[in-house]
Design a protein around this ligand. Sequence first.
Ligand code: GTP
Ligand code: 3PG
Length: 203
Amino acid sequence: MSGAPTIWALIPIKASGQGKSRLADKLSEPERDALVDAMLHHVVNAAGKATKLARTILVGPSRHGLDADIPLIGDRGYGLNDALENALGEIACAKERPDRLIVIAADLPCVTSLDLDLLAEAPAKAVAIAPDRHGTGTNALSLPLPEAAGFRFYYGTDSAAHHREEAERLGLNVETILSAGLEKDIDEPSDLVDAGQVYTIER
Ligand SMILES: Nc1nc2c(ncn2[C@@H]2O[C@H](COP(=O)(O)OP(=O)(O)OP(=O)(O)O)[C@@H](O)[C@H]2O)c(=O)[nH]1
Ligand SMILES: O=C(O)[C@H](O)COP(=O)(O)O
């Protein structure tokens, strides 16, 4: 029987006190933690409102104050790529695994539920990649399952190009998704202007 595909969201998040280290010259640690939490809550909220996403799962050491009913997959402490590969392995082997998994960075203050539905609508057997504003980093990845169960993550330098190559290695088509909501991650002080939607510095 074929129905609508089941699609889940996977959101990686570092431990409190460790996120957004590149903003340390501009924001104190409590301010960075508040910004990280505000952006995470925004992304989780957008995923909850996306009509095509059935479930949201976090990957990391803690839920950052989010509801206990949001599943949390632990982090072995070997970095983002290891944490995501481990979580993907767990999800792809689950009895009720989804037909597609969308990996979304937690630092996207402008992302909307429509952006996430767009990622969910990637053609069957295609990987969709949402690059950052520079076109080089990866802000979201939409992975078909089981075809991409063995996907290796390459977050780091030029990750978008590496993720395209990884999709091709698996014999999958690649679709690039460009949207204002998906491209604006908050990495450097100059990006902070885009964080104003979810966070205001109180001094
Ligand atoms: N679970 C987990 N999430 C991570 C890890 N590293 C990064 N992330 C998350 O992956 C997403 C993208 O990471 P970055 O944009 O580099 O964010 P960041 O690591 O907080 O920023 P910097 O400290 O400035 O590098 C964010 O949601 C991070 O919280 C990790 O080792 N484990
Ligand atoms: O590969 C990437 O996209 C980065 O290393 C992780 O995301 P960032 O661009 O938000 O740091």
